[in-house]
Design a protein around this ligand. Structure first.
Ligand code: CA
Length: 230
């Protein structure tokens, strides 16, 4: 594994928890154990695990209740562990936000396989989120929703302003000529004033640099513009 993942096991069968712990440690995971639901919930907050193996029937707080409460805070992968005959509860478990479930008795390889899937999915989602978000000096551009924010303030931009800003930030710290901007943002067939670029740069500065007292867009006189990151 590239990264050492921390697993929280919430299981009141002490021997079973211990067995799974040893097997997981052997596979290279960090492991912490809680033997009841209340402790499990507390340990989720104190230990910040990357994934949780959560028994369904637990003293103090049921697995479903633990799952529900964690889901209010986080999308950490949760794999429910259920006993045979708890089918209805399993359905409720998935409703409460568990990613997957395993039925006792289980082969430890099955646990490893389910965990790898759950972790891969969560990592992929995170990677996609990261790839869709560009940031520069407190300004973020979310390409999937075309949302621009400075810190937490949403900045309303027209389509053209957005395209121009995205182009500059995608190529941050690189000077871009007016012609390049015109071709990219307005298109090769644009006929009109070339100072349209300067006009739109001014719009962006009014909405971002001036409004939030930050300097993102720089001018290279006679050449063009660039977005400067720290
Ligand atoms: Ca149990």
């Amino acid at each position: 594994m590239d990264k050492k993942y921390k697993v929280l096991i919430v299981e009141d069968e002490v021997k079973l928890a211990r067995f799974v712990e040893l097997e997981l440690k052997h596979e290279g995971y960090d492991v912490v154990i809680a033997n009841d639901g209340r402790t499990g919930l507390d340990m989720y907050f104190s230990e910040k695990p990357d994934i949780i193996l959560l028994d369904l029937m637990l003293p103090q707080l049921s697995g479903i209740e633990v799952c529900r409460r964690i889901r209010k805070e986080s999308d950490v992968p949760i794999i429910m562990i259920t006993a045979k005959g708890e089918v209805m509860d399993t359905v409720t478990g998935l409703d409460s936000g568990a990613n997957d479930y395993i039925t006792k008795p289980f082969a430890i390889e099955e646990v490893f396989a389910r965990m790898r899937v759950a972790l891969r999915i969560i990592n992929q989602e995170k990677r996609e989120r990261d790839e869709n978000v560009l940031s520069i000096k407190g300004l973020t551009i979310d390409k999937s929703s075309r949302t621009v924010k400075f810190n937490d303030n949403v900045i309303e931009l027209t389509k053209r302003e957005y395209d121009l800003l995205l182009y500059l930030v995608t190529n941050k710290n690189i000077v871009i000529t007016r012609d390049q901007i015109l071709n990219k943002v307005w298109g090769y067939d644009y006929i009109g004033e070339t100072n349209v670029v300067d006009v739109y740069i001014r719009y962006l500065r009014t909405k971002i640099d001036d409004k939030y007292d930050v300097k993102i867009i720089y001018t290279i006189r006679g050449v063009g513009y660039y977005a400067k990151d720290e």
